[in-house]
Design a protein. Structure first.
Length: 86
């Protein structure tokens, strides 16, 4: 999400504006003529980014199974990559 806000509005509501942003989202600060003068980028980590799986092996195994079931080629991924690099 990226929003544009006049500098005067940002000055009065900066904390509220930043509160509504997630990590990496931006606010473009506009001057009196509507021209961009600055960019604010949120560094606040989202709740989902802060959570990490406790059992990485189980997550990777589940992903492996999901990919295996969806794989449609007769060749495996290593063979395909080897052909692409030639």
């Amino acid at each position: 999400m990226s929003i544009e806000v006049p500098i005067k509005t940002a000055k009065d509501r900066l904390e509220d504006l930043l509160e509504g942003l997630d990590l990496g989202e931006t606010i473009t600060l506009l001057g009196a003529e509507g021209t961009p003068l600055g960019l604010l980028v949120s560094l606040k980590a989202t709740q989902t980014a802060a959570q990490s799986p406790t059992n990485w092996d189980a997550c990777w195994d589940a992903l492996s199974e999901e990919v295996s079931h969806a794989w449609k080629s007769e060749k495996d991924a290593v063979e395909i990559l080897a052909e692409m690099r030639r």
